[in-house]
Design a protein around this ligand. Structure first.
Ligand code: ZN
Length: 179
């Protein structure tokens, strides 16, 4: 009982305190994740997976959208439609219309690309190691339904997550909230 209470107390403290204690908190981050309420449905996302041929993608998307989502391209900063958009609504995937990001998680990172601190749902995006700028290793983000390249996620974002999901406008379609 005593140990359990101590563990709860330690993990209630900031993560610094948690990671500095090697006796009781063996895996502090895992514990925090496991106790979080389940909010995503990755199974349903993969069930509805959208698969198209290269020709179909080329017909559906503009050359710019195709380059970004199917060839992991990056639009020029300050060039896309959404980097300075502040309207209330949802950003959907351009390839499959899955809800990717919500406007209330958008922030101005000053980088010229639309930036968010978290996805609309945990299962909306998948994460891949990107070594294309090696030795710099980045984390690529893709749509979990159609596998379209979206951008990258970095650890220099604002609270509450500290993450910066750096998106290409060309990978998304903005749907304004209903009045
Ligand atoms: Zn998609």
């Amino acid at each position: 009982m005593k140990t359990a209470l101590l563990l709860v107390l330690i993990c209630a403290l900031p993560s610094l305190a948690c990671s500095s204690d090697s006796k009781t908190a063996t895996e502090p981050t895992m514990t925090a994740e496991e106790t979080a309420p389940p909010s995503d449905t990755p199974e349903s996302a993969s069930e509805q997976r959208v698969v198209r041929t290269e020709a179909e993608w080329r017909e559906l998307l503009t050359p710019e959208q195709y380059h970004i989502t199917r060839e992991a391209g990056t639009e020029r900063p300050f060039s896309g439609d959404y980097w300075d958009k502040n309207d209330v609504g949802t950003y959907e995937c351009i390839g499959c219309n899955q809800n990717l990001f919500l406007s209330n998680t958008k922030f101005d990172a000053g980088c010229g690309w639309p930036s968010f601190f978290e996805p609309a749902t945990e299962g909306a995006v998948i994460y891949l190691e990107d070594r294309s700028l090696a030795p710099r290793i980045r984390t690529e983000i893709r749509c979990s339904r159609c596998d379209g390249h979206l951008g990258h996620v970095f650890d220099d974002g604002p609270p509450p997550t500290g993450k910066r999901y750096c998106l290409n406008s060309g990978a998304m379609l903005f749907k304004p909230a209903e009045e």
